[in-house]
Design a protein around this ligand. Sequence first.
Ligand SMILES: [Zn+2]
Length: 125
Amino acid sequence: MLESTTSRDADGFVTTSITGDGNLSIVVTTDQKGGSICSNGIKEVCPFCGRQDCYAACDDILELPTTDRDEACLSADARIPFNSAIDGMESLILAAACEGVDIGSAAFLKAIETTLDSIGNNFGE
Ligand SMILES: [Zn+2]
């Protein structure tokens, strides 16, 4: 179950923080010119270096024996489409926020949950 809080500061920045199970968080900040989105606890990370954007290219993986490296690359093959789908979801959430949609509303939070379930079913391990 996702929950949200929204705040507006004196400079016109609106920040919506969405939190869920575990350490899941999505923080969206917008102003009149655009916005940014940052999520945690959703994308899958490299088991060796812990980075979201490592696709079996970090030094830790390159130093593994070949058989272990193959396994790491297989894990990255599953991580790439999953994380890309999350990127797409994040883009839609940010775009909706920039267009004035109340992304903290119960209906929008439910839509995010459904999307996360769907991405997990299609691309998760
Ligand atoms: Zn790595």
